[in-house]
Design a binder for this molecule. Structure first.
Ligand SMILES: N[C@@H](CCC(=O)N[C@@H](CS)C(=O)NCC(=O)O)C(=O)O
Length: 209
């Protein structure tokens, strides 16, 4: 059985990606939580189980896989449903996942994930608006092109999982998206795995981060 190490559900956006994927696809795993250190770097603490001192980190017997993208690729080796079955949708999903993994710095910077808050930004910087516009275009494209309820078709796949943290950011900071994208946001927020994550997040000990 897989073991997935994560940090605080309230804050750890990278942890959410593989966790939500495993839950949504009903793949059994043991969850291990290591909370962030209060007010300081958690690398030393996380190095007890993760070579980089970062979460998430997956263990499968003797095999250790770190980094959220490597983890989902490892899962895909035994669970084909991680990626869309259609070749075109899969190519799109791979590109969208890669784009999320390596981009959207302004969004990460201005709207760090915090499931427990609801607030409004006084000012939306142009670089943040650029990230929001690009994400909105991407989501709308997937939803329109593949015609399903999820970003790359009629099944929840890894591309929905990779954008799950943006859904919580959109809700927390009141970010505005097109009607097409907003419908997917609302659907994601009702997904039982997303609901389970938030319910656990708000019960966690409060740790400044
Ligand atoms: N590229 C990595 C990034 C992982 C990452 O930055 N994790 C953060 C938490 S969400 C972390 O472990 N930070 C350690 C710290 O804050 O000291 C991945 O995709 O897994």
């Amino acid at each position: 059985m897989y073991t997935l190490w994560i940090a605080n559900k309230n804050y750890s956006s990278w942890s959410l990606r593989p966790w939500i994927l495993l839950k949504a696809l009903n793949i059994p795993f043991n969850e291990r939580v290591s909370y962030f250190e209060d007010g300081k770097n958690s690398h030393e603490k996380f190095k007890a189980f993760s070579p980089t001192g970062l979460v998430p980190c997956l263990m499968d017997g003797d095999i250790t896989v770190w980094d959220s993208l490597a983890i989902v690729e490892y899962l895909a080796e035994d669970h084909a449903q991680v990626w869309p079955s259609d070749k075109m949708a899969r190519a799109w999903a791979r590109s969208a996942v890669a784009e999320m993994h390596s981009g959207f710095a302004a969004l990460r910077q201005s709207c760090s994930m915090n499931c427990a808050i609801r607030t409004e930004l006084n000012k939306i910087l142009p670089e943040l608006q650029r990230d929001i516009d690009r994400i909105d275009a991407l989501w709308s494209e997937g939803l329109t092109k593949f015609g399903g309820e999820w970003l790359a078709g009629d099944k929840f796949t890894v591309v929905d999982a990779f954008y799950a943290p943006v859904v919580f950011r959109a809700r927390a900071y009141g970010l505005k998206f097109s009607a097409t994208s907003q419908k997917w946001i609302d659907r994601m927020l009702k997904h039982p795995a997303m609901v389970e994550w938030v319910e656990a997040a708000i019960k966690e000990p409060k740790i400044a981060h």
